[in-house]
Design a protein around this ligand. Structure first.
Ligand SMILES: Nc1ncnc2c1ncn2[C@@H]1O[C@H](COP(=O)(O)OP(=O)(O)OP(=O)(O)O)[C@@H](O)[C@H]1O
Ligand SMILES: [Mg+2]
Length: 315
C-alpha cells in the first residue's frame, strides 16, 4: 500500500531525512520510532504529500504522491504532530467542513459526523470551539478528522500524545482494530505502546533507518538477547564468575552490582544468542551456589532503542 523510495529532505544544510526506503502492506501497523529530531514527522509529511521531498518519491497504492496528489490524498488519513485545525470553529462545524472537503453531502454527511463524534468520544464537546478544548480533546478532534472518510491508509504522528490513560487505552484498541484491515504508520515515544499495537517497527536516527523488523526481531538482534540474570551470595562471586565464563556456550560475564545485603548481580551473555539458562542452572546446582535469583533477562524495547540510537549497535 505504501512504498517509500529513497526519500531525502534537506532543510538548508540540514539533511533531515537521508535516503529512507521501506514498504508497508495492508494489515500492518508500523511503529515509527526515533529520538527527537530524527526525521519521523518530516518523513510522515512527505508520505502524506504535505511536504515535497528533495529527492525520492512515495507510491500510495502504486501511484506517485508527486504525480497524483489528489488521488493519493483521498486514500490517506493524516493526524499531524501539531493539529492544524481551525481554532474558532466548533468541533461539529470543523468535522462537517472536513466531511464536505472529503466529498460528502446532506444526510450522509451528518450521519458520518454523528458516527465519528461518538467513536472518538467527542459528544460532550461537540458544540465547543476548538480553541477552548483541552489538549487531549484537541488530539481526539485531530484523530476524528483523520479517520472520518474511512481511508485505507492512516499516518498518525504521535496519536496518543496528551491523552489520559483511559483514552490512551481506547486509542490503542481502536488502532489495533483498524490495523487489521488498514495500513497504518504511527510515530510514538511510548515504547510499551509499540508492543501493544505495532506488528512492525522502524527505528530512525539522524534521518537514517537503523532497524526494521517485528518488536521480537529487534530484541533478537540485540546483543542482550538471551542473557541470563543471576544474583548470588558475594562470598562465592569470584568462583561464580570464573566458572560461568568457562561454560562452553558463555561469551562473557558482566558483574553489574554488589549490594549491601551481600548479593552480587551478574549478567551472563551466551555465544550466538543461545539459551544457556539450563546450563547456568545445572552449574549452580553442581557447585552448590547460594543463588538468590536466576532468570532469562526480558529485554525492554527501550533498551534496544537506546543502544541503537546512542551507541550505534548495528543490526
Ligand atoms: N520546516 C522546517 N524547517 C527547517 N528544519 C526543519 C523543518 N522541519 C523539520 N526540520 C528539522 O528536521 C529535523 C527532523 O525533524 P522532525 O520534525 O522530522 O523530527 P521528529 O523525528 O519528528 O522529532 P520529534 O520526536 O521531536 O517529533 C530536525 O533537525 C528539525 O529541526
Ligand atoms: Mg515529530
Amino acid at each position: 500500500m505504501i512504498e517509500v523510495q529513497n526519500l531525502v529532505k534537506d532543510f538548508g544544510d540540514n539533511r533531515a531525512v537521508d535516503r529512507v526506503s521501506f514498504q508497508v502492506s495492508k494489515g500492518e501497523v508500523l511503529g515509527f520510532l526515533g529520538p527527537n529530531g530524527a526525521g519521523k514527522s518530516t518523513t510522515m509529511k512527505m508520505i502524506t504529500g504535505f511536504l515535497a521531498p528533495t529527492e525520492g518519491d512515495v507510491l500510495i497504492d502504486g501511484k506517485s504522491v508527486k504525480e497524483n496528489p489528489l488521488e493519493t490524498k483521498s486514500l490517506v488519513g493524516y493526524l499531524p504532530e501539531t493539529s492544524a485545525s481551525y481554532h474558532d470553529m466548533t468541533v461539529r462545524d470543523f468535522l462537517e467542513f472536513i466531511a464536505e472537503v472529503r466529498g460528502y453531502a446532506s444526510t450522509k454527511l451528518s450521519n458520518l459526523v454523528d458516527d465519528i463524534v461518538k467513536k472518538c468520544s467527542l459528544t460532550d464537546v461537540e458544540h465547543q470551539t476548538i480553541e477552548t478544548l483541552s489538549k487531549g480533546y484537541r488530539q481526539r478532534v485531530g484523530f476524528a478528522q483523520a479517520i472520518l472518510h474511512d481511508p485505507p491508509i492512516l499516518i498518525l504522528d504521535e496519536p496518543t500524545d496528551g491523552l489520559d490513560p483511559n483514552q490512551k487505552h481506547e486509542m490503542r484498541t481502536l488502532i489495533r482494530e483498524m490495523g487489521k484491515t488498514k495500513c497504518i504508520i504511527l510515530s510514538t515515544h511510548i515504547l510499551e505502546e509499540v508492543d501493544e499495537v505495532c506488528s512492525r517497527v522502524i527505528i530512525i536516527a539522524k534521518g537514517k533507518i537503523v532497524a526494521d523488523g517485528t518488536p521480537e526481531d529487534l530484541r533478537k538482534n540485540s546483543s542482550m538477547y538471551n542473557r541470563v540474570y543471576l544474583s548470588v551470595h558475594k562470598a562465592k562471586e569470584l568462583a561464580v564468575s570464573e566458572k560461568l565464563t568457562s561454560l562452553p556456550n558463555v561469551e562473557k560475564v558482566e558483574v553489574i552490582s554488589e549490594n549491601e545485603s551481600g548479593l552480587q548481580e551478574l549478567f551472563v551473555y551466551p555465544n550466538n544468542k543461545l539459551n544457556i539458562l539450563s546450563d547456568v542452572s545445572k552449574l549452580a546446582q553442581t557447585e552448590s551456589w547460594v543463588i538468590d535469583s536466576l532468570s532469562l533477562d526480558k529485554i525492554k524495547l527501550d533498551q534496544v532503542f537506546r543502544l541503537l540510537t546512542t551507541q550505534g549497535e548495528i543490526q
